[in-house]
Design a protein around this ligand. Structure first.
Ligand SMILES: Nc1ncnc2c1ncn2[C@@H]1O[C@H](COP(=O)(O)OP(=O)(O)O)[C@@H](O)[C@H]1O
Ligand SMILES: O=P(O)(O)OC[C@H]1O[C@H](OP(=O)(O)OP(=O)(O)O)[C@H](O)[C@@H]1O
Length: 226
């Protein structure tokens, strides 16, 4: 009989990257660029958020729900974490935590104010802070046309909100060309060393180098340096 496979503690292997930053900084646009670049990869998954915002509002492809539906989902434990901002409710489906537990690199459009909730729900959390200069934000929000002038002003009021707290934060300034920022965000994901945890914690548990290579291949970010 074959020896049993060594135990691989998958729950600590995956990672959640919360993309945060002020309204208009380019979070959705850059997440879309990441989606296109890593298309077909089983390893990188992008969360579809549940939001009490109508589908026709435009912007990201979220799952639109009413406030009643949101409350029912929240109370039944459907969210890994949830928060409220701009008069809207946002939820990260519990499936995101399941994907992280399977070893995936999961990307979610987050909120700076909700980072403590993210940290509680996801043991391996990285924060990617997308920024842009205030005048650039104002221009982009007006051009995006999703919110009224008053809503835009309220959103810009929040835009000084810094990322505070003890988080592992990387910042990308998207005040310049989109091409430049896309390069930076793709480089960020390619550079993520999600093998590191495996090396440190489990090397001793693996029966052979082949088995180690097999496991490492599973967690590898496409395009990352070996
Ligand atoms: N580098 C850039 N240059 C020009 N326009 C941009 C750039 N990045 C994003 N945009 C535009 O700015 C607007 C806001 O971007 P969006 O991705 O919706 O921001 P966020 O999700 O952070 O609110 C969108 O209309 C988008 O097309
Ligand atoms: O606490 P903050 O960091 O200010 O973020 C508040 C919320 O605003 C953003 O969502 P939304 O998609 O509604 O807005 P945006 O695309 O304009 O950022 C972001 O994803 C958060 O859910």
């Amino acid at each position: 009989m074959d020896a049993p496979s060594p135990a691989v503690s998958l729950p600590s292997r995956g990672m959640l990257v919360a993309v945060v930053g002020p309204s208009g900084a380019g979070k959705d646009t850059l997440i879309d660029a990441v989606r296109r670049h890593f298309e077909g990869s089983d390893l990188i998954r992008i969360v579809r958020r549940v939001i009490t915002r109508p589908a026709e509002a435009g912007g990201e492809d979220h799952l639109p729900v009413t406030e009643e539906e949101f409350a029912r989902l929240r109370d039944s434990g459907a969210f890994a974490c949830h928060w409220q901002a701009h008069g809207l409710f946002y939820g990260i489906p519990a499936a995101a935590r399941a994907s992280v537990d399977e070893g995936a690199l999961v990307i979610a459009n987050g909120s700076r104010s909700a980072l403590p909730h993210f940290a509680a729900a996801f043991p391996r959390l990285k924060v990617l802070n997308i920024t842009a200069r205030p005048e650039v934000l104002a221009e982009r929000l007006a051009a995006r046309g999703r919110e009224s002038r008053d809503e835009i002003l309220r959103r810009l009021d929040r835009s000084s909100l810094e990322v505070t707290g003890d988080f592992d934060v990387e910042t990308i300034d998207n005040s310049g060309s989109l091409e430049e920022a896309e390069k930076a965000i793709i480089g960020f994901f390619q550079g993520l060393d999600i093998d590191a945890g495996i090396e440190e914690a489990d090397r001793g548990d693996f029966a052979s180098d082949e088995r180690m290579a097999e496991i490492k291949a599973r967690y590898r970010v496409p395009g990352a340096a070996d």
